[in-house]
Design a binder for this molecule. Structure first.
Ligand code: KIV
Length: 278
């Protein structure tokens, strides 16, 4: 393949076809440079509404707006060439009715170029998922811990232990029957995640849901050590970029205060005589 051969983007059907094969690799991205970094490694790149907390310093995802998602969705699309991008529907943009969900999902897709959306909820969102998929909107579902419901769930707890397991299994089956092309399982116990993964035809993407899922997703700033406000148990740090950035910024501050930066090689002479142009 030459460098100029266009790469065919991954589509929902490709993701469905990867059920039971090599685990799907998924990460979030919110900006063009990070999308460029994760794209070559990922099957799916999610513009998650976690951007509200990670980038905008909000206390939860509840304050994220359509405008924020569209802005970051456009930025991420500029950095994607081979993986499948998916964009989160923010709180309040889809729960009211299937028609409201279609209006906002189609706007997200039209304005960003994203080919699929993700929304939170199981059985109670099945009608909406069916409405969207019947009208050309591929939907990734999200069940288990659904952070947009943090106030009714009473915190960011494990969801699906004991009596709750049957309900979460029913949620999984309902979103599959409604036409979702994959489902995120967040903070569900690993035995339950494994049973759901076996029971479904669509891939399960786990976050704090054990190794038996068909794929894994993490918030990229968490796994890089860039977002350190809090750290759920399911986050493994693959880097410490926050510490590296702190050291670099500290070194810059020290050099500026000491008058050591900028050095002559970072400065411009008043008169250009010979030599290369700056
Ligand atoms: O918003 C988000 O980033 C997410 C993933 C962590 C699944 O929903």
């Amino acid at each position: 393949m030459s460098a100029n051969t266009p790469v065919r983007p991954v589509l929902p059907a490709d993701i469905l076809g990867k059920k039971g094969a090599t685990p799907l690799v998924c990460l979030t991205a919110y900006t063009t440079p990070v999308a460029r970094l994760v794209d070559p490694h990922c099957d799916i790149v999610l513009v998650g509404d976690s951007l509200g907390m990670v980038l905008h310093g909000l206390p939860s995802t509840l304050g994220v707006t359509m405008e924020m998602m569209i802005l970051h969705g456009k930025a991420v699309m500029r950095g994607i060439s081979k993986s499948m991008p998916v964009i989160d529907m923010p709180f309040g943009s889809y729960e009211e009715s299937p028609a409201q969900a279609f209006r906002n999902a189609s706007r997200l897709m039209a304005e960003t170029g994203m080919p699929a959306v993700k929304l939170e909820g199981g059985q109670h969102m099945a009608e909406t998922i069916a409405f969207l998929t019947a009208r050309g909107v591929p939907v990734m579902a999200h069940i288990g811990l659904t952070p947009q419901s943090v106030n009714t769930l009473g915190g960011y707890k494990v969801v699906g232990r004991d009596d709750e397991a049957a309900r979460v299994m029913a949620d999984a089956k309902a979103v599959e029957a409604a036409g979702a092309f994959s489902v995120v399982l967040e903070k569900t116990p690993e035995g339950l995640s494994s049973r759901i993964t076996e029971a479904l035809r669509i891939p399960t993407i786990g976050i704090g849901a054990g190794v038996q899922c068909d794929g894994q997703i993490l918030v990229v700033d968490d796994m890089l050590g860039l977002f350190t406000d809090f750290r759920p148990k399911f986050v493994k740090r693959y880097g410490n970029l926050g510490e590296a950035a702190d050291a670099a910024i500290g070194a810059y501050a020290a050099e500026v205060r000491a008058g050591a930066f900028p050095a002559p090689e970072h400065s411009f002479a008043d008169v250009l005589t010979k030599g290369p142009k700056p």
